[in-house]
Design a protein around this ligand. Structure first.
Ligand SMILES: Cc1cc2nc3c(=O)[nH]c(=O)nc-3n(C[C@H](O)[C@H](O)[C@H](O)COP(=O)(O)OP(=O)(O)OC[C@H]3O[C@@H](n4cnc5c(N)ncnc54)[C@H](O)[C@@H]3O)c2cc1C
Length: 387
């Protein structure tokens, strides 16, 4: 059994790490994050100049290539400093581009993927609705009605992150009124955000405040046929094919934030003094660090194992769901301990611990909640579906 990165993966990780240290210092990311609804354009531009929007996009479509392991390495290193702002890369390059690769026609891929890789096209995901994120199908009221050479969309989406600045919204809607199965009759469209009839409203939230998560209202918004991705009515089946990738990359983002927590905790323990010695002498704080370090190791092993299974084309639905669930809980707990280690400074907007704590909390809620994730895991062990 070999858990080593290849020479190429190792060099890639080192080069990304160096880039992150130089181009995304933590204090810069901290300052960007707190500017609510102020899109961190400079972060996007720096990623563009480095070519990193192309990570994971195949070379034949203008990207840098790289399998799921390479993408996970990138997500981890970026999140170590950028925290939840790493979604600025993730939404377009791993959610948007991956969905396009799975659902899209060859023509659509040739048209869109090179622009995504070059940083010239931004996507946002508009799947969740006010009446249901976990029960996505049960709550889906947004309708796409067929007319002539296109579709007319009416409905409301919620939490669509970066929808206010995206060029395109990856929209999931019900395109058939009374399908025989609730998984039928769902379609996905790539909708230009500036389409008449679309209104985007940023929502205030706890973390990654600069990247707005938005309510998106559709009122008779027309989408031409050539922006339907895949076959009408079959999108649910294609979407389920993207879930392992998404969960593996969510795990990598959690692990990156956990790395950031550990290094900040250690630095503080070596420099802050109390009772005549540095606080790193206190056993209870050492135990907190040991807990964080053990979690880091466990998540790293889960991540590498699951990414390897996925890269090998082997089934890993349960494993990727386990990894995402364990990682999101581990990073939240680690950041909480990190706040304790930093004391008052852990609660201060002048350090990053509070930012990791706020940003990481989302990953227990979405894209799949950890409660629903546990349902999926239990079902994988042969138990009946509980919902
Ligand atoms: C900051 C942020 C950014 C987001 N970005 C996006 C985005 O870009 N695009 C997008 O489409 N969506 C996005 N989302 C939405 C996210 O995916 C949903 O919030 C998530 O799926 C949970 O759905 P919900 O909020 O409707 O909670 P609900 O579905 O209402 O769930 C409420 C509670 O009930 C529990 N629950 C529900 N059903 C079950 C069950 N069967 N068994 C056990 N427990 C259950 C849940 O686990 C949760 O604890 C984002 C959300 C947030 C907060």
């Amino acid at each position: 059994m070999n858990f080593d990165l290849t020479e190429e993966q190792h060099l890639f990780r080192e080069s990304v790490r160096k880039w992150v240290v130089n181009e995304c210092p933590k204090d810069w990311c901290r300052d960007l994050e707190r500017r609510e609804h102020e899109y961190p354009q400079e972060l996007w531009d720096r990623l563009t100049r480095a070519g990193f929007h192309g990570v994971g996009i195949p070379e034949e479509y203008g990207g840098l290539g790289g399998d799921i392991i390479t993408q996970a390495l990138f997500a981890r290193e970026l999140a170590r400093h950028a925290g939840g702002l790493a979604w600025i890369w993730g939404i377009t390059s791993f959610s948007g581009a991956h969905a396009l690769r799975v659902h899209g026609s060859e023509e659509q891929k040739r048209e869109m993927l090179p622009k995504m890789a070059a940083g010239d096209l931004r996507a946002a995901m508009s799947f969740s609705e006010p009446s249901g994120g976990t029960d996505l199908l049960g709550g889906m009221k947004t309708e796409a009605r067929k007319v002539g050479d296109g579709w007319v969309v009416n409905g409301e989406k919620i939490w669509s992150t970066t929808a206010d600045t995206a060029d395109y919204l990856l929209l999931m809607a019900r395109s058939e009124k009374n399908p025989s199965r609730r998984t039928d009759g769902i379609s996905v469209f790539f909708v230009p955000r500036e389409t008449p009839g679309i209104t985007v409203t940023p929502l205030p939230k706890l973390g990654m405040r600069a990247l707005s998560s938005c309510a998106v209202h559709f009122e008779d918004a027309f989408v031409p046929d050539d922006l339907l991705l895949g076959e009408a009515g079959r999108a649910w089946y294609d979407t389920t094919k993207t879930l392992n990738n998404e969960r593996i990359l969510n795990t990598a983002m959690c692990l990156g934030m956990l790395d950031g927590v550990l290094e900040d905790a250690l630095e503080h323990m070596k420099t802050r003094s109390a009772f005549g010695k540095t606080i790193g002498h206190f056993q209870i704080l050492q135990h907190y660090v040991a807990d964080i370090a053990m979690a880091q190791k466990q998540i790293e092993l889960l991540l590498y194992n699951t990414a390897w299974l996925q890269a090998e084309g082997r089934p890993c639905g349960v494993e990727s769901t386990m990894a995402k669930t364990c990682a999101s809980e581990a990073v939240s707990k680690a950041a909480d301990r990190g706040i304790s280690i930093l004391g008052g400074m852990g609660y201060s907007a002048e350090t990053d611990m509070q930012r990791y704590w706020r940003d990481s909390r989302l990953l227990s809620i979405g894209p799949i909640s950890n409660e629903m994730a546990r349902n999926v895991i239990a079902e994988g062990f042969g138990l009946p579906r509980s919902f």
